[in-house]
Design a protein around this ligand. Structure first.
Ligand SMILES: Cc1cc2nc3c(=O)[nH]c(=O)nc-3n(C[C@H](O)[C@H](O)[C@H](O)COP(=O)(O)O)c2cc1C
Length: 447
């Protein structure tokens, strides 16, 4: 395999007290971080000091589940609305991209087009939309529905939703606003385009009441893993969050997506695939392992069993079983490929119930010295398993500074990561082209 000469793309996942599910209980983490803007500001500035490409914030438009016995043991019961948080962070940062999550299942395209166009203007071209179709079914109850929209329907809606949003972002030519005091013309009506969309799910006339975003279109991020999820990603995503823990699976996903995109006429280099990774860093491997073990020991079994049930099937109750015994047979229910993967791991590694939920809760940890972390990043990048990483910092505020001070310089010394931001916008830093306006491109073709 030829050695890659491009560089890693890095995202920093913003998560209240940290990404580890029990982080808020650890002495190194700030427990009351969820709605503390100063906390997020400090993290954002650390990420920018480390020359990260972007900050990322996830979202659920409901409580993160309705099993209060488990939820009440996490810091997930409260969180900022992502676009509001990112708008505030735009004002206290200069270079870093701002990836906010918004669902296509319980929103309207006009609202989403408008909000992300606004964020792109506010931040001078640093906005990105993580398009999700909602993983938490409880969201349905907040939007007049008895039950969640079915998976296939969610993706059909998402496809159309996406197309409408992009159409609205093209409402104005880039030079539609002469704002000419002498002639009195503020905008040029010939450079305004009305979408007039009528589809299966949406009827949206347009145009948008915000000028074309500085990036043309804010960057499109997606994390689908199912067949319709991957189809949407291959067609429209510019950044993909992946969740593979093992190199061969990550390589297969990488190749699959890049090939699908090429078959659709896209340049595969214009899709950046970023798996999530949680670095636990120590001066020695033993120290790093001890740190990881401390976090894992803080996971309450009630929470651990809930994480397991959420993966195997919501109604499964394992509380009567010996936690240090084997996993009993459980009915398949509605859970799909993720359930099968977890059962396979339990069987292969002969895991007890406790070991299995700890494995799930631990996420995708990379445990070791700064050199070990840099080696893993390099191996995955050069092995074409990814184009970079979405870094899930285990605890905040400390773990991002450790990473920036100890791992980033190693990546830079190996030529794997930038020393300075190359561009002005997120698109430029990611090496993504600025899309032409579909309406002006059509007019130019006719002229
Ligand atoms: C890093 C990462 C972040 C995600 N963030 C969210 C989120 O904030 N909200 C959400 O509803 N889903 C989120 N998802 C779920 C994905 O959008 C997607 O639904 C999931 O990967 C399953 O794929 P599928 O939808 O194709 O079945 C995330 C997934 C990953 C890997």
């Amino acid at each position: 395999m030829t050695r890659r000469t491009d560089q890693l793309k890095l995202g920093a996942f913003l998560a209240n007290s940290g990404h580890h599910v029990a982080a808020w209980r650890h002495p190194l983490a700030q427990a009351d971080a969820s709605l503390d803007f100063e906390h997020f500001k400090a993290i954002a500035r650390s990420a920018e000091r480390g020359r990260f490409d972007a900050l990322f914030v996830a979202d659920v438009v409901a409580l993160w589940g309705h099993h209060l016995d488990a939820l009440s043991r996490t810091a997930r019961g409260e969180h900022f609305e992502p676009l509001t948080l990112m708008a505030a962070l735009a004002a206290v940062t200069e270079h870093i991209g701002l990836i906010a999550t918004a669902t296509t299942s319980y929103n309207e395209p006009y609202h989403i087009a408008r909000k992300f166009a606004s964020l792109d203007h506010l931040s001078k071209g640093r906005a990105a939309w993580n398009l999700v179709t909602s993983v938490v079914s409880d969201e349905a109850w907040n939007f007049g529905r008895e039950s969640h929209i079915e998976h296939a329907d969610r993706y059909q809606r998402a496809e159309e939703f996406h197309d409408v949003v992009k159409g609205l972002w093209d409402s104005w030519d880039d030079d539609a606003f002469p704002r000419d005091k002498a002639s009195g013309q503020y905008f040029d009506p010939d450079k305004l385009h009305t979408l007039n969309h009528r589809g299966q799910h949406f009827a949206v006339r347009g145009p948008l009441n915000v000028a074309r975003p500085p990036q043309g279109h804010p960057v499109l991020v997606q994390a689908g893993a199912s067949e319709p999820g991957k189809a949407l990603a291959a067609r429209v995503a510019e950044v993909i969050f992946a969740s593979h823990h093992e190199l061969p699976a990550a390589q297969a996903f990488y190749q699959d997506i890049k090939q699908r995109a090429a078959a659709l006429g896209r340049d595969p280099d214009h899709i950046k695939i970023l798996p999530g990774v949680t670095p636990f860093i120590g001066e020695t491997r033993e120290q790093a392992q001890a740190l990881f073990d401390e976090f894992q020991a803080l996971i309450d079994p009630v929470l651990g069993l809930r994480l397991l049930a959420d993966t195997l099937g919501e109604d499964i109750d394992l509380s009567g079983h010996d936690l240090d015994g084997p996993l009993p047979e459980t009915p398949a229910g509605q859970r799909g490929s993720r359930r099968d993967q977890v059962l396979e791991v339990a069987r292969r590694d002969n895991l007890s119930i406790r070991q299995l939920y700890l494995r799930l809760a631990g996420g995708n940890p990379v445990i070791g010295t700064p050199e070990d972390i840099a080696d893993t990043f390099e191996a995955w990048f050069q092995g074409r398993a990814c184009d970079g990483f979405n870094v899930f910092f285990p605890y905040f505020p400390g773990s991002i500074d450790t990473f920036v001070d100890q791992v980033i310089p190693l990546l830079q010394a190996r030529g794997l990561f930038r020393r300075e931001y190359e561009g002005r916008t997120l698109r430029e830093n990611l090496g993504l082209p600025r899309p032409a306006n579909r309406f002006s491109a059509r007019e130019e073709a006719r002229a």
